[in-house]
Design a protein around this ligand. Structure first.
Ligand code: NAD
Length: 276
């Protein structure tokens, strides 16, 4: 039995992180590298990907493999898989973290976020990336791990994967009700869908040694406007938004043998928001 001190170690485990150019993608990678793991950063945005890789190297000394790919393109993912195999010879962890994070758009904007106006094309794009991309990555990288006979998949959902958005947060003084901006429906659908995908994958490859869990973070403070932050924090028992680094412990837990008996679960870390 591993000692509790070594339970969280990820020595030589190869972890592919989609959305590796983003805010949380960086945090996941830094956590894995700090525990001895070998993060691979994949993203569609080459410039931001290089910035995160450089920051990771400066912070941890680890020079990560970077892969520019669109997760809606299964052929690009197969080629990414070949590169991971050529570079590392194995894959142990997949973190489905990439998302389009559809914005709350105002009346007059092309993609006005109210359901009555929400463009079909926008629905399709958001679902293609948020859900279809996770499906594609599971198909390509999950199959690779299933052939290998072990692996961990983590789907990054959201507190809005378990509760509905509180549209009062986005309300603008003085606008008619049917002109009020809202959190787009696609965010809810993608995040609830990822929790469904988690349960499906948790049972699908259980005989091949693959575990799959979801992590549902609450909102991270990233300079949002004061009015929004004041309204949101009133909905959170801890009275504040999360720091970007406050999911590191959860990632360490979910990636490592510390969570060896956890499968098909959704770890909600939201300052208690979904409890109220
Ligand atoms: N930041 C938060 O407050 C928060 C809260 C709850 C859940 N989440 C979830 O955590 C995850 C990471 O969030 P974040 O804040 O780091 O977002 P982010 O926007 O900083 O990062 C998302 C990354 O996904 C990439 N991406 C988008 N489409 C892609 C595609 N087709 N192929 C490959 N990559 C693509 C983007 O280029 C970007 O780098 C997301 O799933 C998000 O929904 C974030």
């Amino acid at each position: 039995m591993a000692s509790v001190e070594t339970l969280f170690r990820l020595d030589d485990r190869v972890a592919l992180i989609t959305g590796g150019a983003g805010l949380l993608g960086y945090q996941h990678a830094a956590t894995i590298a700090a525990l001895g793991g070998l993060p691979v950063l994949l993203d569609i945005n080459a410039a931001e990907l290089m910035k995160n890789a450089a920051r990771l190297e400066a912070e941890t000394g680890y020079k990560a493999l970077t892969l520019v790919a669109d997760i809606t393109d299964v052929d690009a993912l197969r080629s990414a898989d070949e590169q991971v195999q050529a570079h590392h010879g194995r894959l142990d962890i997949l973190i489905n973290n990439a998302a389009r994070n559809p914005k709350v758009e105002k009346a007059g904007d092309q993609d006005f976020s109210r359901l009555e106006h929400f463009p079909w094309e926008q629905w399709r794009l958001d679902l293609d990336v948020g859900l279809g991309g996770a499906f594609n990555c599971a198909k390509v990288f999950g199959s690779q791990m299933a052939r290998q006979g072990s692996g961990v998949i983590i789907n990054i959902a959201s507190d809005l994967g378990v509760i509905a958005p509180d549209q009062r947060l986005y309300r603008v003084e003085g606008l008619e009700p049917d002109n009020q901006p809202v959190k787009p429906v696609t965010y809810s659908v993608v995040k609830h869908g990822l929790i469904g995908l988690t349960k499906y994958l948790a049972t699908y490859w259980c005989e091949q040694g693959i575990r799959c869990n979801a992590l549902s973070p609450g909102g991270v403070y990233a300079g949002q406007n004061d009015v929004f932050v004041a309204k949101l924090t009133q909905l959170i028992p801890l009275g504040r938004m999360a720091g970007a680094d406050e999911y590191r412990g959860a990632i360490a837990f979910l990636c490592s043998d510390a969570s060896s008996y956890m499968n098909g679960a959704n770890l909600v870390i939201d300052g208690g928001r979904s409890t109220w």
